[in-house]
Design a protein around this ligand. Structure first.
Ligand SMILES: Nc1ncnc2c1ncn2[C@@H]1O[C@H](COP(=O)(O)OP(=O)(O)OP(=O)(O)O)[C@@H](O)[C@H]1O
Ligand SMILES: [Mg+2]
Length: 265
């Protein structure tokens, strides 16, 4: 596979979080811009760990919503400290305005759009996304009139429309049936390849789906006789020949890796 890893886009250094007990201990990882000749290749990274391990807390730290007790999160090509609001978040419970239609929620997301599109072009873009993600019949509905899967797709598109290069997703596969998981995978892959610098960070307990879509995965777990969760394993799925392949689930090496990792979280 022909690719290079260039500039650092997200750099997490020595992050610690303690409430009444240690939740996260010495979290370190970085995400580099992956470049593949002749294509827009974004980055898809997952942080995988069992329920209660601290994934949502780490998600909030990466989003700038929770300050760690120590350590830093730097983002962007210029590597500045992350600020709340600058990364897109698709949280465990999707944030949509319930008193506005799907269309208006999406229009609102484009308020600060850097392309300076006029109203007609904005509507055309929304219609285009809606069509691609099977939402065209639902644009006039309100969020509470949608199914969970539809709401999730609106929420992901909303983050794409804000123009955020970084999008964090907390448990994007939970509560979806197999067909819908495939759609979300497709949508995320499309988002990742829309722009070279687009970077998706997924936190999830779902080993199989997370590994299937990622180029890099980090296992978040406890180490023996130590408090708090830390990264216990780094999987470079590109080097393993298991990335960028929609049919990867059928691969026996992939299946082996999934069952191995299930024992490690
Ligand atoms: N504000 C808080 N004060 C004290 N403890 C907290 C606070 N918020 C979260 N915790 C604790 O932090 C730990 C990690 O919680 P977190 O929500 O990050 O888990 P998670 O890995 O996302 O779990 P799940 O997979 O169930 O979503 C839990 O033990 C939780 O009780
Ligand atoms: Mg969580």
């Amino acid at each position: 596979m022909n690719y290079t890893k260039n500039e650092v886009l997200i750099d997490v250094k020595e992050v610690n979080l303690t409430y009444d007990k240690v939740i996260l201990r010495d979290i370190n990882f970085r995400i580099q811009n992956i470049v593949r000749p002749g294509m827009n290749q974004g980055q898809v990274v997952s942080l995988i760990g069992r329920s209660g391990i601290g994934k949502t807390q780490l998600f909030k730290i990466l989003a700038g919503l929770v300050k760690p007790n120590s350590g830093t999160v730097m983002v962007g090509v210029d590597q500045h400290p992350v600020e709340a609001g600058e990364v897109g978040i698709v949280s465990q419970n999707y944030i949509l305005f319930n008193h506005r239609s799907v269309h208006d929620n999406l229009r609102l997301a484009m308020k600060h759009d850097s392309l300076a599109l006029n109203d007609k072009d904005k509507d055309a873009l929304i219609a285009d996304y809606a069509q691609r993600f099977a939402l065209e019949e639902h644009l006039k509905k309100y969020p509470l009139q949608l199914s969970g899967g539809q709401r999730q797709r609106v929420s992901i598109i909303q983050q794409v429309l804000t123009g955020n290069r970084f999008i964090l997703l907390d448990e994007p596969f939970s509560g979806l049936d197999a067909l819908m998981i495939d759609r979300v995978m497709e949508l995320l892959t499309q988002v990742a390849t829309l722009h070279e610098l687009n970077t998706l960070v997924i936190v999830s307990h779902d080993v199989e789906n997370s590994l299937a879509i990622s180029d890099t995965a980090y296992i978040l777990a406890k180490e023996k006789e130590k408090e708090g969760a830390t990264i216990t394993e780094t999987l470079d799925l590109i080097e393993m020949g298991l990335a960028w392949n929609a049919g990867i689930r059928e691969d026996s090496r992939f299946q082996q890796l999934v069952s191995q990792m299930k024992h490690k979280i």
